[in-house]
Write a protein that binds this ligand. Sequence first.
Ligand code: GUN
Length: 284
Amino acid sequence: MTQLLTGKEPAQAIKDEVAERINALNKRVGLATVLVGDDPASEVYVRMKHKAAATVGMYTYDHHIPGDTPQDEVEDLVRGLNADPAVDGILVQLPLPDGLDPDAVIDLIEPGKDADGLHPHSLGLVVLERSGGAVPATPQGIMRMLDYYDIETEGKLAVIIGRSRLVGRPMGLLLNHKSANATVVFAHSRTRDLPAITRQADILIVAAGRPGLVTADGVKPGAVVVDVGINRVDEKLVGDVDFESISEVASAITPVPGGVGPMTIASLLLNTVVLAESRIAAGT
Ligand code: GUN
């Protein structure tokens, strides 16, 4: 029987912890979101983040600006949020519309307010396996999910498909950390004979944004499969893996929706309260 790794329960456990930590602070904790343009999927994600924040008593500040906003205005908005004492965490929803430079925008976020853990400083701390910065929300959520379901990573071969700043690359680093001790392979769009590589994985993490990319013949019997994809196909949300066929082979698999997504949101909220605590401790 394949185990279904749903995100609802572990995400709720994180949100309960966030609510307690906010309560203990005796201070408003605020998360500012920046959404540029009207990409329908991004609008849904940001709305879900606001809703989840409200359930843990976190304040949100919604900055939804037109897709044709010039680069310098987006950057000014981020500078303003950096300077706003009510804002503990800043999230710039990606992707930005064509014509805007996401690196320049993210580089501007004050690392102490980088709720998504995407600033080069936050990512540098992840590279070095040092604490003190926000850990990218989706990979952090996946690590917490593996822990919640008692999935051993030590000595396991983890194959990650995708090398994005948001998911693939930091995911591999977290699994490579001494706290996880997996052996990590990064696969990507130029990987030759992908199924031959993925068939060796004890833990297969798929974050490619391509529905049906992995089918049962690319999965080792008993593997754990984590599907990070969210794709709309024929009005239905599907992941990057063929859930039906892989369920027959894998020992455990995340559903889409309801798997990784709730863990990303809960980890974002956790990052924000941790950043608020650090700011209070530093007296800034
Ligand atoms: N776009 C898709 N997922 C995410 C995420 O977790 N954070 C941000 N900022 N943008 C995203």
